[in-house]
Structure formats: C-alpha cells, structure tokens
Design a protein around this ligand. Structure first.
Ligand SMILES: Nc1ncnc2c1ncn2[C@@H]1O[C@H](COP(=O)(O)OP(=O)(O)OP(=O)(O)O)[C@@H](O)[C@H]1O
Ligand SMILES: [Mg+2]
Length: 467
C-alpha cells in the first residue's frame, strides 16, 4: 500500500502549474491567479519547516476584489478541484451573528473538517479497494452457491434439484462473478437498517452547529450501558440483484478494512495545515450600513469571523480543530464599499489584495472560445445529444462578444454572465426545434445573431428584461 502523502501531492503544484491549470478555464485575471497560486505554494513551503518557525508562519490571506461576473468565484471553484487539499467555499452573507437564527461562523470549520474526513476516507478506501473487492467476491460466491456441499479452494460441489452432485470450478465462477456474469441474479441477504435517531424528527435543529452529533451520542450511550437494549439497529433480509449486493458488500468490506481512527487523525492534521476556506461575497458583510437580514449587522458577522480567521480552536465532532493555519481567500465586488470599510482587525488578517479587471470584448471572444468546456463547446455538446451538429463561425463569436460588451456598457455591467443570457437567446429556436432537426448541421452566423438580438438590443427596456 503506497500512498502519496498530502505533502508530496502538493509538491508538484508549483505556482506556475497552478496558474497554467487555471488558465485552462479562466481568461485573464493574471494577478489574482498568481496570488492564489503563491498562497497555496506557501502552504507546502511551511510544511517543510520545523518547530517554532513552522508555527510562526501564518497564512497570507487574500482578498480578491473585482466587479461582478469577472471570474472571482470561478477561480475559487477551479482551485477547489486542483489543490488536493480540503477546500470549502462559503458565502459570507449566509452567516449571522451569534445569538441569531442561522449558521454560526464556526460551522464553516466543521464543514471543512467534514470535507477533510471525506477526502482522507476516500483515499484510504481507494487503497483497500483490491482487498475489499476480493472479500466481496468471496461473499457473493457464498451467497450464490449457498447449497454447495463443500467449498474447497478449487471446486464447489453443488447438489442440484435432482440430487445430482455437480462439480464447479471455483476459479471459473470467481472470474464470472468478477466480470458481472451473475449481476442480474437475485439473491437474498441481510441488510442493516440504519438506526432510528431523533434527528429526522428535529430536522430544523442543526446539531452539528452545536458541535454534537446525535448518532454519535446515542452510540456512546449504548456502548456505555451494555445492559440497555442499545440502538435499534435492525437487520432485515432483503432481496436484491448481485449487482446491488456487490455495492452493499463493497461498502461493508471497505468499512472493515479502513481504520476509522487513523482517518480522523490524518484528517485533523490535514485540515489544520492545508485547509482552505473561500469566503465569497465578503463585501456583503462590509460597512456599518450593510445589513444581511433583520437586525443582523454585517459588522457583527465580521466580529464573529475574526477569531476564526485569526486563529482559534473549534470543537467539531471529530475533535478540536485549530484554525491558525487555515488559509482564507475572500472575494467581493466591493461596489458600495471598500476593503478599508472592513473592521481594522479584519483588514490586517487579509494582507494580500488583488484586483480583477473588467472584461473586454476581446476577453469575451476568448471566454466563448478557449476554456475547456467553454460556452460554445457546451452548446455544441448539448445539441449533439439531439444529433444536431452546431458550428460557430469566427465572426458569429465576435458578434456575440460585441453585443455582450455593448449591453454591458450601456446597461449594467454583469461581466461574462452576459454571455450566458445572450447565447441562450441566440439558441432559442434551435434549442426548441432540435429534436426535429436530427442529422442536420446548424451554423451560427453573425446574421443569425443579429436577427435574434437586434430588436432587443435596440430597445433598452427590452434589454433589461431579456438579456
Ligand atoms: N475571466 C473569465 N474567464 C472565463 N469565464 C469567466 C471569466 N469571468 C467570468 N466567467 C464566467 O462568468 C460567470 C460568472 O463568473 P463568476 O461567478 O466567477 O463571477 P464573480 O466574479 O464571482 O462575480 P460576483 O461578484 O457577482 O460573484 C461564470 O460562468 C464564469 O465561468
Ligand atoms: Mg461570485
């Protein structure tokens, strides 16, 4: 069992690789990409240090500032898939001050810890895959040949309905089981019903916010008082296909092979040293006047956030989590406010500021064309499902970009989001008629773009409603 440790994984993630990876999805915004890439690399660098120095190095938290729709959230989203570290994206406006109904800021640490546990768990599960699969096949074999008289290593002796003894080659059958030959057969097996907990009844109460887990609690009670009937963990016989049984057994066997305690310990290490929280919409809790809900002041939320960003210990159901070395990346449009409107302590905890630029017409052309899964590629793929071939001429892409830029300049500038509304409008009829156009090729031309949009663009009022 050889597993790349988190540290090794991150070693390959140089700032340049991170930026190159982000470049595949996001056009421009070089400064922001660089800043996050460096911040992430610094996590790895810190882990190379020892002792006091390692404790002293604090993460350099970042604020990304930029107008709406220019890629702030997109950078976060792509980063998440990239870093191989526990990553959580939250919206600042979802949190409320202590004492109000809503999520307390500490819950973000609990969520991040859960992400880390899941991450480590699935890595560990992966490492026992082969062993688990072997055990599963063995169980399926027993289940399928329950009436077998004898099971030696090589043969299975089965008595059929006419009392005839058949010899079956065990290896053959194992191969067949593995290859799914028996997948459709129905077998009967014991299934453990999940214990009934009051959680479902009180679903409005977020127990996790209280730092407790009701299932854990009940389990604890049951194990401390062996005399008690314990939790109603019922076992039921259930009929299912071999295919379904395989999934069930796979979960059970994996569970048996992985070491729960090791998972949690590793996850706690990982979350404290490598965890990243992306706080989106930070500007929504910025400034005294900004109010996120009835009577809840943004400043109050900031005050609650502060200890978490500065470093505190949060009680999670997996154990205590120190937040000192968790990296925070915040983003916001900061339209009516500035980062300097944040409470001073908060400003100090976000030393790196990067600005994202408004997008130009040329950026739009690139955004339409180049990213992996760009909008134009999405439409081609979607209509391909209807066997309609879509082609964009170079000029049509330019035209879409031009209209987007024009509308953004004249009405509200919503950045690249404008492309979505415009292209959807262009495709209105094609999307509707596609099933009847099977086998045809549809070419998107500037003329078509113009035809679909000219009346709307001309009329400022219509634009407001449609684009
Ligand atoms: N630079 C860019 N390159 C590629 N696509 C982009 C870029 N900027 C925005 N987009 C696309 O535009 C949409 C909106 O972008 P995103 O969610 O990142 O906006 P944002 O900067 O977070 O805005 P807001 O402040 O409103 O939250 C996304 O679908 C994204 O793919
Ligand atoms: Mg956003």
């Amino acid at each position: 069992m050889r597993r790349k440790s988190e540290k090794d994984l991150m070693k390959d993630l140089t700032p340049r690789t991170i930026v190159e990876e982000l470049d595949k999805y996001i056009i421009g915004q070089g400064d922001a990409k660089k800043a996050v890439a460096i911040a992430i690399r610094n996590r790895w660098r810190r882990l190379q240090l020892t002792g006091e120095m390692r404790e002293e190095v604090m993460p350099k938290n970042i604020i990304m500032i930029g107008p709406t729709g220019v890629g702030k959230t997109e950078i976060a989203r792509r980063l998440a898939g990239l870093v191989g570290a526990p990553f959580l994206k939250v919206e600042a406006s979802k949190y409320t001050e202590v004492g109000y109904v809503g999520r307390s800021v500490e819950s973000m640490i609990r969520d991040l810890t859960k992400v880390a546990v899941n991450m480590v768990e699935s890595k560990m599960a992966e490492s026992v895959q082969t062993r688990a699969a072997a055990a599963v096949n063995e169980r399926l074999l027993k289940l399928l040949f329950q009436n077998a008289e004898d099971r030696t290593d090589e043969v299975i002796l089965e008595v059929d309905e006419n009392q005839q003894v058949r010899t079956l080659d065990k290896n053959r059958i194992m191969k067949d089981i593995e290859n799914g030959k028996y997948d459709k057969r129905v077998v009967e097996t014991e299934v453990e019903q999940p214990a009934i907990t009051p959680v479902g009844v009180m679903s409005n109460v977020n127990f996790d916010d209280l730092g407790i887990d009701i299932t854990d609690m009940l389990d604890n009670i049951a194990s401390n008082f062996p005399g008690l009937p314990g939790l109603p963990k019922r076992k039921n016989k259930k009929k299912m296909t071999v295919k379904q049984a395989r999934q069930l057994f796979m979960r059970e066997e994996t569970e048996k092979l992985v070491d729960r305690e090791a998972i949690i310990n590793t996850a706690l290490e990982v979350v404290q040293n490598l965890g990243i929280i992306f706080i989106d919409e930070l500007d929504k809790v910025c400034g005294k006047s900004s109010v996120t809900g009835p009577d809840i002041s943004g400043e109050g939320v900031q005050r609650d956030l502060l200890p978490i960003v500065e470093g505190t210990t949060v009680n999670t159901r997996f154990g205590m989590v120190r937040t000192d070395h968790i990296l925070f990346i915040a983003a916001g449009a900061f339209y009516g406010s500035k980062p300097s409107d944040l409470i001073p302590e908060m400003q100090g905890r976000f030393p790196i500021r990067v600005e994202l630029n408004s997008l130009t017409e040329e950026d739009f052309v690139q955004i339409l064309k180049t990213p992996k899964n760009s909008l134009t590629k999405q439409y081609v793929a979607l209509l391909n499902a209807e066997r309609v071939k879509v082609k964009f001429t170079e000029a049509s892409i330019k035209e879409i970009a031009r209209v987007a830029a024009e509308v953004n300049a004249r009405d509200q500038n919503i950045g690249a989001r404008r492309l979505h509304t415009i292209i959807e409008k262009v495709f209105e009829d094609i999307s509707f008629e596609a099933p009847e156009k099977k086998g045809q090729t549809v070419t998107i031309t500037p003329g078509l773009v113009h035809k679909k949009l000219k009346d709307i663009v001309k009329d400022a009022n219509l634009t407001k409603y449609i684009l």
